[in-house]
Design a protein around this ligand. Structure first.
Ligand SMILES: [Zn+2]
Length: 303
């Protein structure tokens, strides 16, 4: 089924690796919540055209490539407007700004690999804002930074919460080796914040629809902590970040086959190393001119 009815006027488009929710304002006008990955373009377009939808607007949850890849294309094709969290919207306003998001690759590579991430934002959502009237519809906004710098949840008028990437589904937890967080300490706090929501349905981008998310949230947190323990255990003696990347990826069974995979895995592991450092499980030292990490042996349990 390519379109799943969630509740009232809230639906999801079922893509290969994600659900893209939309809200039906009336029989034709819709607001999309995110626009998927670049490879999702044809599928999204065919759903919009098959149902004769009029795409009025897009609300962006956060600016990762698998959530915004078709923003600018749809804006130009359907003449729709885009709302996005302010800070992340600025990151995607130019290639130079985008460099701060992809700092390990060159500007030329960013232009080649991530050309589709630039888009023009019409409505900036500030980090203080708890709601937005967009295309004549009131959506509630919940700020859940951590997975990215300014990720938001969007709650439709049907009391359906799109949690974006704040949680991953059981299906994904079953086969993924490690999940991404930009700043884990913040991400874990944001996950706990989700437990205060009283919504009727929750849509997880990758890829689930739930009536209730208490256990899913706890299990997501445990999954993170389990990954952190695995990385902690791969630190033997004093190791540089590059040595930790090599040792940890081997313990997770991840092959570092090319520079893009290496960068992605380094970024993911870097967040866990920061987390272990911030929570006092490891410490940094300068050893013969190298920045290295070692365990704080007295704190061997990850709380
Ligand atoms: Zn994401």
């Amino acid at each position: 089924m390519e379109v799943i009815h969630v509740k009232g006027g809230t639906y999801c488009i079922d893509l290969e690796e994600a659900y893209v929710p939309f809200y039906k304002i009336n029989d034709r006008d819709i607001v999309l919540l995110d626009t998927g990955y670049i490879d999702d373009r044809d599928r999204l377009e065919s759903v919009i055209e098959k149902h004769d939808f009029n795409l009025k607007g897009i609300i962006t949850s956060h600016c990762h490539p698998d959530h915004i890849a078709n923003n600018q294309y749809f804006k130009e094709k359907y003449n729709c407007i885009i709302a996005a969290p302010e800070f992340e919207a600025h990151l995607c306003s130019s290639f130079i700004n985008l460099k701060s998001l992809c700092s390990s690759i060159t500007l030329a590579e960013i232009k080649k690999q991530y050309w589709y991430m630039l888009f023009e934002t019409d409505v900036y959502i500030s980090d203080k804002q708890e709601g937005i009237n967009f295309c004549g519809v009131d959506f509630k906004i919940v700020h859940i930074p951590g997975h990215s710098s300014a990720q938001i949840c969007i709650i439709t008028p049907d009391n359906v919460c799109y949690v974006a990437d704040a949680l991953v589904s059981y299906e994904l937890l079953g086969y993924t080796k490690i999940t991404y967080g930009y700043i884990l300490t913040k991400d874990l706090k944001s996950k706990l914040k989700l437990l205060d929501l009283e919504c009727d349905k929750y849509v997880v981008a990758h890829k689930g629809i739930y009536d209730e998310i208490t256990k899913l949230t706890t299990d997501n947190i445990e999954f993170y902590k389990h990954s952190a323990v695995k990385i902690y255990e791969s630190i033997k003696g004093r190791m540089t970040m590059e040595e930790i990347v090599k040792a940890s990826s081997s313990s997770f069974g991840i092959k570092l086959s090319n520079i893009y995979k290496y960068d992605l895995v380094s970024r993911m592991l870097g967040s866990y190393v920061d987390y272990l450092n911030e929570t006092g499980k490891i410490r940094e030292v300068i050893d013969d001119g190298f920045r290295k990490y070692e365990r704080n042996e007295e704190c061997s349990v990850i709380a």
